[in-house]
Design a protein around this ligand. Structure first.
Ligand code: ATP
Length: 250
């Protein structure tokens, strides 16, 4: 679904990723972790084309995105959904109107049909029906995250990118959100790359974990990473907060 080869990103002299390779396979959920400033968000932005890599290729759904321009690029991006860290909903629009924005841009259906699709997406992410008529500011933080997930799902994407989806949720809200993401992946066959700091999410729903280390990505299952010999990985997975994950994978 996604193949990164030899990716290099940098801002001025500061190199963020260097010769980075990464593969994401159909139907899997992969968690992307790494220290603060290690380049998780920059990698996500590079994949979805918001940042241009200085070197390397981003192949998405079998196509080198560097060769796409204009309409072809928009069509490719329409096959992916992104939930940004802060939700990035339009505050002046209702949830329904927010979900309709990408549908109008890419599919151009009748207004009523778009509203019906939006209502389906609202239900799909477990929001009550009346949430569609509310503005983001009228929703709780957890509901806003679900609303922005509904918008990311607007065009029935095959590939979904989530940037710290459970940040700011209480443990119960976060575990409900995890269940939702796992259910979506199973039921819709979605492939998901999720930036997260949440060790419980990693343990509960991720098939593999990608760790940004020294400008590259190391990928493995939780069990494999628990054995991986690198100071950051050891501290992360073997620190006090990694206890639950460790117990699950004993
Ligand atoms: N537009 C930009 N211009 C210059 N430097 C940037 C830009 N965006 C990110 N950076 C730098 O790139 C590095 C990686 O940033 P990034 O946001 O990807 O980190 P992260 O791993 O997502 O961190 P966190 O876990 O704290 O969110 C940081 O040093 C950051 O300052």
């Amino acid at each position: 679904m996604l193949r990164l080869r030899g990716i290099r990103t940098q801002f001025g002299d500061k190199v963020i990723h260097d010769n980075l390779d990464f593969d994401l396979f159909r139907g899997e959920i992969v968690g992307l972790v790494g220290g603060s400033g290690s380049g998780k968000s920059v990698l996500l932005r590079t994949i979805i084309g918001l940042i241009q890599a200085r070197a390397g290729t981003v192949e998405m759904l079998g196509v080198d995105t560097g060769t796409l321009h204009g309409k072809a690029k928009r069509q490719m991006l329409a096959r992916t959904g992104v939930q940004f860290q802060d939700g990035a909903l339009f505050s002046s629009l209702t949830v329904t109107e927010n979900i309709i924005v990408p549908i109008r841009e890419h599919a151009g259906l009748e207004e009523q049909t778009m509203r019906e699709i939006a209502a389906l997406k609202v239900a799909l992410v477990g929001l009550p029906g009346d949430a569609g008529d509310k503005k983001p500011s009228e929703l709780s933080g957890g509901m806003r995250k679900r609303a922005s997930l509904a918008r990311a799902l607007a065009l029935d994407p095959e590939l979904l990118f989530l940037d710290e989806p459970t940040a700011g949720l209480d443990p119960i809200g976060a575990s409900h959100y995890d269940e939702l993401v796992k259910g979506l992946s199973r039921n819709l066959g979605l492939t998901i790359l999720m930036v997260t700091h949440d060790l419980d999410s990693l343990s509960a729903i991720c098939d593999r974990i990608a760790v940004l280390l020294d400008k590259r990505v190391v990928v493995g299952t939780m069990a494999e990473l628990l054995e991986y010999d690198h100071p950051w990985v050891r501290e992360y997975f073997h620190g006090p907060r990694g206890r639950a994950a460790r117990q699950e994978h004993k």
